[in-house]
Design a protein around this ligand. Structure first.
Ligand SMILES: NC(=O)C1=CN([C@@H]2O[C@H](COP(=O)(O)OP(=O)(O)OC[C@H]3O[C@@H](n4cnc5c(N)ncnc54)[C@H](OP(=O)(O)O)[C@@H]3O)[C@@H](O)[C@H]2O)C=CC1
Ligand SMILES: CC(=O)N[C@@H](CCC(=O)OP(=O)(O)O)C(=O)O
Length: 352
């Protein structure tokens, strides 16, 4: 059995990790750690995790985390580097935070307010890179950075078009809506209950959202060696629902690209995801909905060509806490340890 610890067990991402790990046949759940809730029973914080209700939360220290095969870090940004540096090399560390996602230090400095920690293997297995998939970089690796939830949805929506050389890297526009759990459990000014209920509102408008460079990094990687740097205009929106992201992404066709018609576009997306267990291109005419991926590790994708506007429109839906964080983290653990990639991961959602 693989012995795992979860740091940040009382948070939304930590809770979802534990829900999935409880159903994982190869895992034994070890230490559960957090910050101010140390000493409480997990059942006081996550009553839905019935089998773990009596487990006591420990403080997050190197001592409490060492001695496990795998440590999941589901802590606020900026906490991972110091902890990871002190853990023995024998521990596989999977970070749900942003600390090790960006390869470009100046992007980090521009979008985050903590010192740059470096870059780990990026945990989006399905991303097409250099003629292969990002999963190749995850097999057997000891340190993995789990993607942000918006970058997962947006990158998987658009990557096939960049991998096939169909899309203009300078003309990409994304508007995505997220459920409120994306912001974590602590109170945030834009998340006051009375304002959030019954309203949708954009935030981080004008190119300032920290997921912008992460999306650009992924789509540039998908474009391959001949592709230019992809630039994205990204606007996130808060939606009055607990979970789910729907990303509506549009891009102009690249001038002179071969296969740049409705049939060629569909073929590129179908080919990209034909063998992916968690990414489903929906039948033509059916559009993704957050409700259909609730609690599942699946991403639903659809693509079409708006001929009048000359733009490709790709839409993806994910559960921000499952494929958007915890499901991806478990998928990465499976790859890192050489277990079947799909072990312990739900492919069916919860409906209605
Ligand atoms: N929510 C989401 O959809 C996504 C989240 N993530 C990432 O996952 C990580 C966790 O996010 P999320 O679960 O939403 O956040 P939450 O705010 O819900 O949870 C944060 C967790 O970290 C613990 N914590 C806070 N401060 C400290 C500290 N100083 N020392 C030790 N533990 C501490 C909290 O413990 P306590 O209860 O004691 O305060 C809690 O367990 C973040 O890095 C986030 O970026 C990634 C993708 C999507
Ligand atoms: C609704 C909401 O506030 N969402 C978060 C993103 C959640 C996520 O994926 O983010 P991490 O990069 O923190 O892992 C945000 O916009 O910052």
């Amino acid at each position: 059995m693989v012995r795992v610890a979860v740091a940040g067990a009382t948070g939304y991402a930590g809770g979802e990790l534990l829900r999935l790990l409880l159903g994982h046949s190869e895992v034994e759940i070890g230490a559960l750690t957090a910050g101010s809730s140390a000493g409480q029973r997990l059942g006081e914080v996550h009553p839905h995790l019935t089998p773990l209700a009596d487990r006591v939360i420990e403080g997050t220290t190197v001592e409490s985390l060492a001695g496990h095969d795998v440590v999941f870090l589901a802590l606020p940004h900026g906490h991972s580097a110091a902890l990871a540096a002190q853990l023995p090399d024998t521990v596989t560390v999977i970070d749900c935070g942003a600390d090790f996602r960006l390869r470009d230090e100046s992007d980090w400095t521009t979008f985050y307010d903590t010192p740059y920690a470096g870059a780990w293997a990026y945990g989006l297995p399905e991303l097409p890179v250099g003629g292969g998939r990002q999963r190749d970089a995850l097999v057997g690796t000891g340190h993995i950075a789990v993607p942000g939830c918006y970058p997962t949805a947006v990158s998987l929506a658009l990557a096939p078009g960049f991998a096939a050389g169909l899309l203009d890297p300078a003309d990409v526009v994304v508007v995505a809506a997220s459920g409120t759990s994306g912001a974590g459990k602590s109170l945030k000014p834009h998340l006051l209950g009375a304002e959030v209920m019954g309203a949708m509102s954009p935030y981080g408008v004008g190119g300032g959202h920290r997921h912008t460079p992460e999306i650009e990094q992924n789509l540039t990687a998908a474009s391959g060696a001949d592709g230019s740097q992809v630039r994205v205009s990204f606007t996130p929106t808060l939606a009055p629902m607990p979970r789910g992201i729907i990303a509506t992404c549009t891009a102009r066709l690249r001038q002179g690209a071969s296969g740049a018609d409705a049939a060629g576009i569909r073929e590129a997306w179908a080919k990209a995801y034909a063998d992916e267990p968690f990414v489903h291109l929906l039948p033509e005419g059916q559009w993704p909905s957050t409700a259909s991926v609730l609690g599942s590790n699946c991403v639903h994708v659809q693509v079409t060509f708006d001929e009048r506007a000359g733009r490709v429109i790709a839409v993806a839906a994910v559960d921000n806490l499952t494929k958007g964080t915890a499901g991806a983290a478990v998928q990465c653990m499976n790859l890192a340890l050489g277990l079947p990639e799909t072990t312990g991961l739900p492919v069916a959602g919860v409906a209605p």
